[in-house]
Design a protein around this ligand. Structure first.
Ligand SMILES: NCCCC[C@H](N)C(=O)NCC(=O)O
Length: 681
């Protein structure tokens, strides 16, 4: 017995291996593609930030809505195994379609590096994304439930370990995806999964279960309405009104599912906060200093998951249990929510620090102006009605001057006095450039927010007497100003050229600054030494390391909330509706994403820190509601309830046999475990 049980255990570890490696590959592919999706929208399809972000979130939401479809197909028709295989093929076709949509040569007839027919690329990429969403979302509830199906009812400890390992694989896949291309992994996902085919426990679909569930619920509601008069005796549960027509077992199973789904109602709020990691927190990072922006954003969460899941599973939870505290799944989920709320409080505190260092940007009704003087002498600049600025040659006004009106008149104390009227941009920042010929002074628009991804925005004013060429920029005419170019942090070299003359100048950049470089007429004679810099926007000074606590808190919350939620959804579902409840669980994530979309559309509170605190308070309120709902929830053993109902109905011999077999196996396992313990002693 000992030998055969060891063999069985090894076999189980082997096929669980295939399932978790399958999840690893699938997540590797999914996150690998997701990481570059917004960049593809922005720089290939040339969409603006808002459209790119909206389509990105819509895609993520779709990926978490399609599990309903996958669950219906699996539980009602194909079974989990075949659903995973078929939808993985759909997934692979989606990835290939997406890859093809990125080949600009297909429509780039004039070979200028940009596609000629954007509609073709957009249509192809949207088709690819829909197929990927169908594939990834469709197989997701099935893989988790299929993994769970490999365990028997008495193996709850092993089942919990499986879900932890499953989650570790999700995050290992996502972590590695930042390093290797995603396409190869789709094929390997399928191959790994099929390789284990002969070993899996495959439960058969039990007819169109979702349709039966809908019909049964519909009948219960109709029947209840028909018997609404008080002369009819009340029933214990409203679903009992389906008793006249439907099987007691089906009614009992629906009651179990509805009970859990009801509990899910407050959960999307957790995901609303969690998913802002990728949006608001990323934007926050761009206003901070430190050279690990992209690494931090894409890897800190999976790295923390890989560390925290084993610590929680092996240390924290057993320790809490040893202290005699009952840290039930629903309590863990509540604590998880509170951790996420704390993460947002931490984000708010960081934001307050950042705000102290941010420039004072104009409001939508204000305009801001700075003056740059490249004239040969110091100038007295008067801006009507009462702004007087003294500006040295090749210098600038100390800071932006804010106006609550747009029409201004500028006078220079030249001989004769030069006066010119300008209309400023409402809500904008501009610089008045005074060139060597002040009569042609002009306005140039400035950046009015921190440059993205911690980059630096730079531009040049040509005070030289002829056209200049600067590395990577178009030629600049005398007195003209270039548009901003973004440069990364670190030391950058620029070569200035006019005909045979040239000189080189270097500059070390921090994060998120903006500069205007003033090139004097003497630039070649003093070897670029006389180029002066005007700081339009200070570099970021709050270090990105300050974001680590919020990432740590939200990931701790995720381990408590998400890993537990996954296990809970499986353990509380009747056997034939495991994938359906997994899909319900994933839908909470979709709703969370949709809320993020709505919040982004509705706009922000004037102060970002206030928005973070608002979200934290909302989640605390929701977690209180959830804890009250959880208090009234009684944990069930679906198999036990099903057995009881079957017993009441009179068991069929076939099922009885199956159950006896399972009981015998359970006994064997227990005896074996005791045997192993005794041997150890
Ligand atoms: N690049 C970030 C990946 C985050 C993964 C996240 N921690 C997670 O586990 N999500 C669940 C899933 O099923 O993808």
């Amino acid at each position: 017995t000992l030998f055969s049980n060891k063999k069985k255990k090894r076999k189980k570890i082997c096929y669980i291996f295939f399932i978790v490696v399958n999840e690893f590959c699938e997540r590797f592919s999914y996150y690998g593609m997701r990481a570059v999706l917004v960049l593809y929208f922005r720089y290939f399809l040339l969409w603006d930030d808002d459209l790119a972000t909206s389509i990105y979130h819509a895609f993520v939401a779709l990926c978490y809505l399609t599990p309903i479809l996958g669950a219906i197909i699996a539980d009602s028709w194909l079974g989990k195994f075949k659903t995973i295989i078929y939808l993985s093929i759909v997934y692979a076709i989606g990835q290939v379609t997406m890859a093809i949509s990125t080949i600009h040569d297909i429509t780039d007839a004039n070979r200028d590096g940009t596609p000629d027919n954007f509609t073709f690329h957009i249509a192809l990429s949207m088709l690819g994304l829909i197929l990927i969403a169908l594939g990834t979302g469709g197989i997701k509830p099935c893989v988790a439930a299929f993994g769970g199906d490999q365990f028997q009812e008495h193996q709850s400890r092993q089942l919990n370990t499986f879900f932890s390992v499953f989650y570790l694989c999700i995050n290992a896949g996502s972590l590695l995806s930042t390093l290797i291309t995603p396409l190869k992994s789709v094929a390997s996902t399928l191959m790994v999964f099929i390789a284990g085919s002969g070993m899996y426990v495959k439960t058969d679909p039990e007819g169109n279960i979702m349709w039966s569930v809908c019909k049964c619920i519909g009948f219960a509601i109709k029947n209840r309405f028909r018997h609404r008069s008080s002369s009819y005796p009340k029933r214990e549960h409203w679903m009992d009104w389906a008793n006249e027509k439907y099987d007691k077992l089906l009614i009992a199973q629906i009651k179990m599912v509805l009970k859990v789904l009801f509990l899910y109602i407050p959960l999307p709020m957790f995901w609303t906060l969690f998913d802002q990691k990728g949006s608001r927190w990323t934007l926050q990072a761009t206003t901070m200093s430190g050279d690990f922006v992209s690494i931090l954003i894409s890897t800190v969460n999976p790295i923390l998951i890989l560390t925290l899941v084993p610590i929680m599973d092996r240390l924290i939870f057993p320790l809490i249990q040893k202290c005699g505290l009952n840290f039930s799944p629903l309590k863990r989920m509540t604590v998880g929510m509170l951790f996420a709320a704390m993460a947002f409080v931490s984000a708010a505190l960081v934001q307050i620090e950042i705000d102290k260092t941010l420039p004072n940007f104009p409001s939508s009704s204000e305009s801001q102006l700075k003056v740059v003087n490249t004239y040969s002498t110091t100038l007295n600049v008067t801006i009507s009605p009462n702004e007087h600025l003294l500006i040295e040659s090749f210098g600038s006004s100390a800071d932006y001057v804010t106006f609550d009106h747009q029409d201004i008149t500028v006078s220079l104390n030249t001989n004769p006095v030069i006066t010119k009227a300008f209309s400023l941009i409402k809500g904008g920042r501009q610089t008045l450039i005074i060139p060597s010929d002040p009569t042609v002074m002009y306005l140039k628009e400035d950046v009015k927010s921190k440059p993205r991804e911690g980059k630096n925005a730079i531009r040049f004013v040509n005070g030289y007497t002829a056209d200049l060429n600067i590395t990577n920029l178009d030629s600049i005419e005398p007195s003209a100003t270039t548009n901003y170019t973004l440069v990364n942090q670190g030391k950058r070299d620029f070569v200035l050229r006019h005909g045979e003359q040239w000189c080189e100048f270097s500059r070390k950049f921090g994060f998120g600054a903006s500069y205007t470089f003033l090139i004097p007429s003497t630039v070649f004679s003093d070897d670029c030494e006389s180029i002066t810099e005007v700081e339009d926007m200070k570099p970021n000074s709050v270090h990105m390391a300050l974001q680590i606590p919020q990432y740590f808190l939200i990931t701790t919350g995720e381990v408590m909330f998400s890993v537990t939620g996954l296990q809970f959804s499986y353990s509380q579902a009747p056997k034939n509706m495991k994938s359906v409840l997994q899909a319900g669980w994933l839908c909470t994530n979709a709703v969370g994403n949709i809320i993020v979309l709505i919040v982004a559309e509705l706009g922000k509170l004037p102060k970002q820190w206030a928005e973070y605190l608002l979200f934290a308070s909302l989640l605390v309120a929701v977690s209180i509601i959830f804890s009250i709902m959880a208090y009234f929830y009684t944990y069930i053993d679906p198999a036990e309830i099903e057995a009881q109902v079957r017993k009441e109905q009179g068991l069929e011999p076939e099922e009885m046999e199956k159950e006896t077999l399972e009981m015998e196996e359970k006994d064997e396992d227990q005896k074996n475990e005791q045997g192993v313990k005794q041997t150890k002693i």
